[in-house]
Structure formats: C-alpha cells, structure tokens
Design a protein around this ligand. Structure first.
Ligand code: REX
Length: 423
C-alpha cells in the first residue's frame, strides 16, 4: 500500500484518506452497545452518571468488526469490581469493535466530590506514550530521515558512551541503558514528591542513567528502561527540529483527530474532563496521594501523554490497521522479541498472548496515580483500553491484566453453556 520511500506529506495524506475507516466520535447519538452484558455502573456515594458519560458514541459505518466472540462485559465488570476492592478509587474499560462500543465503569473520578468515573474521562497514559514516540520515529525512518540500524550517536554525536547502540536497540529496550526511574522512585511517595513539579531536560535524564553501569551489551538482552524513550525524544527533536509535542500533534493527534490527547509538558494540569489519579504509598494502610497534578517531566517522550479510552482505541486501531505507517515500517515495529511466556516486545509495542490463543498488541502504562492497558487485535478491529486510577499497587496491576481476556476471549465456555456467570 505504501512505498518505503514516500515523503512525510504523502504519509500524512494517506493517513488522512484512510481516516474514512477510523471510528468517528460525535457529540450526541447512539451506538453504545448495552445488550451484551453489564451496563455502565458506578459506585460511590450516590454518584450519578454524568450527562455526557453515556450513549455518546457514534461509529463510522465503514468500520468492520473483528469477528471475535462478543466481549465478556459481565466478566469485565467483575474485574473492575476487583480493582476497586484491591484499592483503585476508579476503573474503566472501553472496547471498540467495528460499529460497536462497550463501556464499563466502576467507582469515582474524584475521591473528594465522589463524581462518578466515565469512559469519557481523560487520564495520564504513562508508557503507552512509547508507542506514539516509536510511530514518529518509524515514520521518520520511512521518510529516509533515520536508519533503524544506525548508531544513535550518528544523529546525536557523543550522547551515548557506546557507538554500538542503535536506534532499533533503543526502541526495543535492548540498549542496556540503565533505567534512571528505578532510583528516582525507590521510595514511592517521597520520590514522586521530589519530582512532581520538576522540569528535566532530556540530557539531564540521560546523564542520570549514565551514572549507572549498563544492564547488558547493546542488543544482547531485553531490559526495560525509560532512558530508551528519553533518547527517542531527543532523536525526534533532533530530526524534526521541533519539540516532541509538535511531532505528536502533526503526525498522530491531528491526522487521527484525537480530541482527548495532549502533550502538555511541563504544564501539570490535565485539560478538560479527567479522572484523578491516586498513588498508593509503600506503607500499608497509608492514605492515597492525589498525583493528578504533575509535570511528568521524568517521563516526557517515555510517558507524559494524556489521552482517553476512545483516543487510545482509535490510535491502536489505526496503527495496527496500517493507517499510521507504511506496511514495511509497521512490520519493523512488529518484529517481536520474547520477554516472558506471555509477553513480547517489538519497537515501542508489546504483544500479549492470551489464554484463548488470541494475541493482542499495544502497551501498558504506569505513572503515579494511573495504570493503563491499551491493546488491539492484529488487524486493529477490536481495541480495549482499561484504566485503574491508582499505581504502585501490584494487586491492581495484576488484576487489570484480566481485562484482556474478558475483552478479547469472550465468555468462558463453561459459563456460556450453563448460561450463568460464576465469577
Ligand atoms: C515509574 C514508577 C514506572 C511508578 C515506569 N513508568 O517505569 C513508565 C511506564 C512510564 O508506564 N512503564 C510501564 C511508580 C510499567 C509499562 O511500560 O508498562 N512506582 C508508581 C513506584 C515504585 O513508585 N516504588 O507505581 O506509581
């Protein structure tokens, strides 16, 4: 569909044309599928559904369904209930599949005024940002402005202490560059408060990493590190001559009309309607810390984007559907290296292999106050975004993973044949 040599404007032109097949959002209307299971429900002290929180999605008629069994929305509701039991003040899940949208919510967007959480709320997406950064660099590679197998130091002379570290190593977490955030958040609350309002340059963050030995030789092993995507941000700025914000806007947010997606760094506020995020302290029983307002400067191109479930589903549907990258570039992004029995990593893209045999593609995210799962099928036709509004809580993170099975595997057979829900 695309020639590898096409220009940036040609890529964008193709993207705009292909948007005809991308889900559209309208202010009012129908299209929310409630028939397949649990309706949107909220908990909390009498919090009512916000007026615009339900029934607001209209889908483009061209979107084709995935052909997977219907999502287990009742099971999804059970998973979100567990997230609340395990400490998340709020949780949401939104699935888009062809013309159908499924929404499930539990809990509150704000613990103070007990406003119900909505699938329309914006939130901090953490490392899901890494997929956006990788897409920008893969577009630049497709435009022949960057070679994936070139040393990072070719574009940023002297930045890294080893000329063997390539752009591909960085985007696949195989550079061996130490993750500076390990030390920063060794103590979760004091570590966070020390950087909540801080503004770092990319080079300061790289310098923090380089104080520590590297974890492996270039290319020798997968070792997750935010430093890699800080380097990605530096590359984007160097190659485009503009801030990363402009690259996200011009190449992804604008063409896909992602109205809920923002890169506001170093501003600390989430624009418009949002769910507040609450950091879980290391000490059991201590009060949750409202982490909503922060620069996220330690994360930047590794994790500082704000978005919504609608926009993340649109993003991964478009990416996997071949609408953001030429086919050859998407193929590079999807060259996966196994991380463990269920997870592999490509270039800024994770693959999760589910128990039912379906594999899904996307990213997870963790910034203070927010855990995100955003994944879609290989063809992009079904996408799930799930959020829990707390972090530093392993039980919540593990539970959030169960949204994938509910979203992509359908109802478990034993449940379907007996016609009752057991879990
Ligand atoms: C930062 C610490 C975790 C969070 C991190 N976040 O590396 C990046 C990300 C941006 O989203 N990564 C996830 C803090 C894992 C991903 O790629 O899926 N942790 C918290 C602590 C630990 O404070 N003591 O949980 O809020």
């Amino acid at each position: 569909m695309f020639a590898a040599t096409m220009s940036r404007s040609a890529v964008l032109g193709a993207v705009v044309l292909s948007l005809l097949a991308v889900p559209a959002r309208a202010a009012t209307g129908e299209g929310t599928d409630r028939s397949a299971g649990s309706p949107q429900r909220t908990t909390g002290t009498g919090a009512a559904e916000r007026a615009t929180g339900a029934g607001t999605t209209v889908r483009a008629t061209t979107a084709r369904p995935s052909g997977l069994p219907a999502p287990d929305t009742a099971g999804l509701g059970t998973v979100l209930d567990k997230l609340l039991t395990r400490g998340a003040p709020g949780a949401l899940a939104r699935i888009d599949d062809g013309t159908k949208t499924y929404r499930v919510t539990r809990g509150v967007a704000d613990r103070t005024n007990r406003t119900a959480i909505s699938t329309d709320d914006r939130f901090r997406i953490g490392s899901v940002t890494k997929s956006f950064s990788a897409v920008v660099l893969l577009q630049l590679a497709a435009e022949k402005k960057l070679s994936l197998d070139a040393p990072v130091n070719r574009y940023l002379p002297g930045l890294l202490p080893d000329d063997r570290i390539t752009v591909r190593h960085v985007l696949g977490h195989r550079s061996g560059l130490y993750d500076f955030s390990n030390d920063m958040f060794a103590s979760s609350v004091s570590g966070f408060e020390a950087v909540r309002n801080k503004v770092f340059t990319y080079r300061q963050l790289v310098a923090l990493s380089l104080k520590k030995p590297r974890t492996n030789a270039p290319g020798a092993a997968y070792s997750y590190s935010n430093t890699n995507f800080v380097v990605a941000g530096l590359l984007i700025e160097k190659l485009t001559g503009k801030p990363v914000r402009t690259a996200y806007q011009d190449r992804i947010i604008g063409p896909l009309k992602l109205a809920d997606t923002f890169y506001v760094h170093p501003d600390t506020k989430i624009p418009g309607r949002y769910a507040r995020g609450y950091l879980t302290p290391d000490t059991a029983g201590a009060r949750l810390v409202d982490a909503t307002a922060q620069t996220a400067s330690w994360a930047q191109s590794a994790g500082a984007l704000i978005s919504s479930a609608h926009d993340l589903n649109t993003f991964y549907s478009a990416l996997l559907g071949g609408k953001l990258l030429p086919a050859a570039a998407l193929k590079e992004m999807e060259r996966f290296v196994r991380v463990n029995s269920t997870t592999s990593y490509g270039l800024g893209l994770r693959r999760r292999d589910l128990s039912c045999g379906v594999s899904v593609y996307g990213h997870t995210g963790a910034v203070q106050g927010y855990y995100t799962y955003a994944f879609a099928t290989k063809d992009g036709r079904r996408a799930l975004t799930a959020l829990a509004t707390t972090s530093n809580n392993g039980q919540v993170l593990d539970t959030l993973a169960a949204t994938l099975d509910a979203a992509f595997c359908g109802r478990p057979k034993s449940v379907r044949t007996q016609g009752v829900t057991h879990h």
